[in-house]
Design a protein around this ligand. Sequence first.
Ligand SMILES: [Zn+2]
Length: 234
Amino acid sequence: MKSYHPYIACFLGLFFLAGTLPPSSFFQEEKREIVRITEEIPGPEADSLQEHIMRMHEKAICTLERLLKSYQSRIWMAADSSVEARMAAWNAHPDIPKWMGKLKQAADSVIMIEFSERLLSMHERLVNKEISYEVKSTWLSYCQFTSTNAFVRKGSDSRTIFLCPEWFDKKERQQVATILHELVHTFGFSHPLNTDTPLEAVALAKAHPALAIQSPENYESLAELYVCQEKRKL
Ligand SMILES: [Zn+2]
């Protein structure tokens, strides 16, 4: 019987601990709210808007994971570890050279590294909920004035993505790609050489790969090809 005593003491200790644990609000940091919607926003109920935005947020994470997987399996792991082999694998990738440019000389290898590091940082920022979304009617006039569907306020520390009413009218694939576009802005990047359309993004990639990997428009176009689809219900 004596041998049970330590266990009993242990259980008692656990009960004691449980009794002193703070209420669940203590853990709210874990699931903190990242979507803010003001009451006056027109359209569907705020709850369903919030649910929709979080679904697009999850899809953006999934999209980055698909892109990273493709990058790692086709470029980073496929080639032997020489710089030349990895650059050749980059240039042979079905999508990356079109949107991020072809690599020509050994010095371009930093582009590969910067690109993959940026994808990882973007992924981390979404997974850790280090960004937030805001839908607010006071921004309506700004949205209309600039005919944009989402934006990030200028400033390197701005991590709030403002969603305009137009964003909700887009196809889900475009909504996810737009989130990733805005996410690149949260790293302090603007639009290099005013690159603002897919055509301009292709031209930028061709002429300046080092700028293409800093261009939100280029990430948006590339990501749109990797957006995760809804899982089919069996
Ligand atoms: Zn932009």
